[in-house]
Design a protein around this ligand. Structure first.
Ligand code: NAP
Length: 248
């Protein structure tokens, strides 16, 4: 049988890695994309394989057209694309908008919205029934920040995620008649390394009390929502923004 490839950008750590493990168990051949942490990517692949699944790691910067071409070429060489999870995303240091410079804003938007839009375009070319594809699903990883705006922390990040939400609505309607479903998950505060990467290693402990469920989420709890949106169980769901935020 031809492998059914699922591309997950940023799958070496955090939510992407948790999604890769569940996708491997669900029978996808998982393309584990990463940008720099090859050991982490290799261990995600090894875990999937030791559980009897199929996966392969692809180093590429998912915020550039060249990196995205590498990712899709690797997928094409391996089998037939079944879906895409646009997960790779970044935050930056806690700042006010009047302290943000062009370099920061450009990097944020390139990684969090331009890259995902380019990836989705490549996926649509392969999945669309208009091009002889068999259809498929795209899940974009947004954030509850899109609703909250993240004032005095990272309004740029929140704005990039609001853009992902609107992109999800638009693309879902654009390709709904072509066999492709497009949805987003909006995680709340999830226990991953992203907070430390933005210079706030204590962020989860600090924010926990503001969550109605009074706890942070686990990467797995987001991954299960992503797997459902990818699956045939969600066959009539498209253009949905699914909050996975403990009530936030
Ligand atoms: P994380 O733990 O920091 O992991 C980030 C992953 O993305 C890593 O695998 C990293 O690869 C990869 N990555 C970063 N830039 C990349 C690029 N340019 N190209 C390819 N891969 C790249 O992040 P996370 O917390 O799991 O977040 C995943 C997604 O969930 C992001 O879109 C984030 O905005 C969203 N989210 C997270 C939370 C939260 O509380 N954690 C809440 C809401 C939304 P390397 O290992 O090679 O560096």
């Amino acid at each position: 049988m031809t492998p059914r490839i699922l591309i997950i950008t940023g799958a070496s750590r955090g939510i992407g890695a948790a999604t890769a493990r569940l996708a491997g168990a669900a029978g996808y051949d998982v393309l584990v994309n990463y940008v720099s942490n090859s050991d982490a990517a290799a261990s995600v692949v090894a875990e999937i394989e030791s559980a009897g699944g199929r996966a392969f790691a692809v180093q590429a910067d998912a915020s550039t057209a060249a990196g995205i071409a590498t990712i899709f070429a690797a997928a094409d060489a391996r089998g037939k694309l079944a879906g895409l999870v646009n997960n790779a995303g970044i935050v930056d240091a806690k700042s006010r908008v009047d302290e943000m410079d062009e370099a920061r804003l450009t990097r944020m938007m390139r990684t969090n919205i331009v890259g995902p839009m380019l990836c989705a375009g490549e996926a649509v070319k392969r999945l669309s029934t208009l091009n002889g594809g068999a259809g498929g699903a795209i899940v974009n990883v947004s954030s509850v920040a899109a609703k909250l705006g993240s004032p005095a922390e990272y309004v740029d990040y929140a704005a990039s995620k609001a853009a992902i939400d609107t992109f999800t609505l638009g693309l879902a309607r654009e390709v709904a008649a072509e066999g492709i479903r497009v949805n987003a998950v909006r995680p709340g505060i999830i226990d991953t390394e992203i907070h430390a990467s933005g210079g706030q290693p204590d962020r989860v402990a600090r924010v926990r009390g503001m969550v109605p469920m009074l706890r942070e989420g686990k990467a797995d709890e987001v991954a299960h929502a992503i797997l459902w949106l990818l699956s045939d169980e969600a066959s009539y769901t498209t253009g949905a923004l699914l909050d996975v935020g403990g009530g936030r």
